[in-house]
Design a protein around this ligand. Structure first.
Ligand SMILES: Cc1ncc(COP(=O)(O)O)c(C=O)c1O
Length: 447
């Protein structure tokens, strides 16, 4: 049944893709009978694992009642329940949830809400969104404009919005060549400098991934960074928007990555783990500061989508979150994440090519370098991370390559490892043995 050619416009037009057959727990099976340990959870999506019966049943039950109702005409009990459940795990003060269909839509909705907030607040000249280099916020034109991955922006550059970017916060590769804490958080202070340069009357919001996902996987800011960012935002009436599309709802070992830093954003967006791979969904969670102003002001959100809050989608996401909470998967991610990171470090850190092994919760990054002392990366043409990921795939383990530009936006590579939060030690051990072999094999065969 597998065709030799494809009518699908795949990401790679030359690769021969395996056909997925079924998936259960942390395993994915293809139609040739191969089994893979899913150490990527798809792409940090399948947080509760594949094929959870409770979720399938919840979707089925809702499907029998009503799959779709237009959000401007109806709300639904299941949509309301999901919003309440999301708020119950969100930072104190978060008040309402806007639903959409994925991460890019969520980010785009978040920055539109930020812009409308400034208009409602009587500051209509505030429209710019400051973001960071070496970040990823999605692939629509607006979200790509905010993202800081040059290789993905380059060909679309003429179509992008001109928005200011500041340097990333990454102590392994400090953009200022400084060391924490003597750096005095120069990378955070840069935000204030750029707000002043741009004109505070023009800046609506600052967006960041509190813990970096796909562009420098699992890079965690040092103590004080987010607090300082929060102070600067407050000083200039700039909304703090946190992109937690990857980290939101458990992956970092807390419900939200911001919970590690005792900082409350004005807006948070989530997506991947919210639907868990069962339904396509994203959300913006808005703080009461924002919601109250809308309520007192125009009373209307000038933004909507056809598929916002579809009952069948909400049923899936609600069951995923319920399952996450009932099975303590967020705490599990914190506890097992520490064990897994220790094992990953023990297996890899001494190998050639491995510059850094980092992680928080169930999000891990392995930075690959040609020289471990100077941290000089391999030329992108070697495709080191791609070769390692391919080796792993061919030996039954899914990890992700494609974390590129970690050194200077263009050069530098890392692997992304983001297993389901239910991963057991047995599978983890098996997977990192394969990964270790892969690193050694690729290193010995560099050409
Ligand atoms: C931090 C972050 N924001 C936004 C997105 C975009 O999400 P989507 O691919 O669902 O549009 C991603 C996807 O990887 C992401 O990691």
């Amino acid at each position: 049944m597998n065709k030799n050619s494809s009518d699908v416009f795949h990401g790679s037009l030359h690769k021969k893709y395996q056909y997925v057959d079924h998936a259960k727990g942390v395993f994915v099976y293809d139609t040739d009978g191969n089994r893979y340990i899913d150490c990527a959870a798809g792409v940090a999506v399948a947080n509760i694992g594949h094929g959870v019966q409770d979720v399938l049943e919840a979707i089925n039950e809702q499907a029998k009642k009503c799959t779709y109702a237009y959000g401007a005409t109806f709300t639904s009990a299941i949509g309301e329940e999901l919003a309440t459940r999301i708020i119950s795990v969100s930072p104190v003060g978060m008040k309402r949830v806007f639903f959409c269909s994925g991460g890019s839509e969520a980010v785009e909705s978040m920055i539109k809400i930020a812009r409308q907030y400034q208009v409602e607040a009587g500051r209509p000249s505030k429209y710019k969104i400051i973001s960071r280099w070496q970040s990823y916020h999605g692939n629509t034109l607006a979200t790509l404009s905010l993202g800081g991955r040059p290789s993905w922006r380059r060909i679309y550059e003429p179509l992008l919005m001109r928005m200011p970017h500041i340097a990333q916060c990454n102590c392994y590769r400090c953009p200022y060549n400084l060391n924490y804490p003597s750096c005095k958080l120069t990378c955070a202070e840069e935000l204030e400098r750029v707000i002043k340069y741009e004109g505070e009357e023009t800046v609506a919001a600052f967006i960041l991934e509190p813990i970096i996902g796909t562009t420098a996987t699992a890079t965690v800011p040092p103590d004080g960074y987010l607090k300082r960012i929060r102070e600067i935002c407050d000083k200039y009436n700039v909304l703090l928007c946190c992109d937690e599309v990857i980290t939101g709802l458990g992956r970092s070992g807390k419900a939200f990555a911001v919970d590690h830093f005792q900082v409350t954003p004005d807006l948070i967006c989530v997506a991947k783990g919210l639907g868990g791979g069962y339904v396509p969904i994203g959300s913006v969670i808005a703080h009461e500061k924002v919601v109250n102003l809308f309520e007192k002001g125009s009373g209307a959100l000038v933004h909507s989508y056809t598929f916002s809050g579809m009952p069948i989608v909400c049923a899936g996401a609600n069951a995923v979150l319920k399952y996450t909470l009932e099975n303590d998967l967020i705490d599990r991610a914190a506890v097992f994440g520490k064990i897994f990171l220790k094992k990953l470090r023990e297996a890899l850190l001494d190998l050639p090519m491995v510059g850094d092994v980092r992680g928080i919760g169930m999000l891990f990054g392995v930075e690959l370098v040609e020289n471990k002392i100077t941290k000089t990366p391999y030329l992108p043409s070697y495709n080191i991370s791609g070769k390692i990921a391919d080796y792993c795939f061919n030996h039954g383990v899914i990890i992700l390559a494609g974390v590129t530009g970690t050194a200077d936006g263009v050069e530098g590579e890392a692997l992304q490892i983001s297993p389901p939060l239910i991963m057991e030690e047995k599978e983890w051990d098996a997977a990192i043995n394969v990964l270790k072999d892969a690193v050694i094999h690729v290193h010995n065969n560099i050409s």
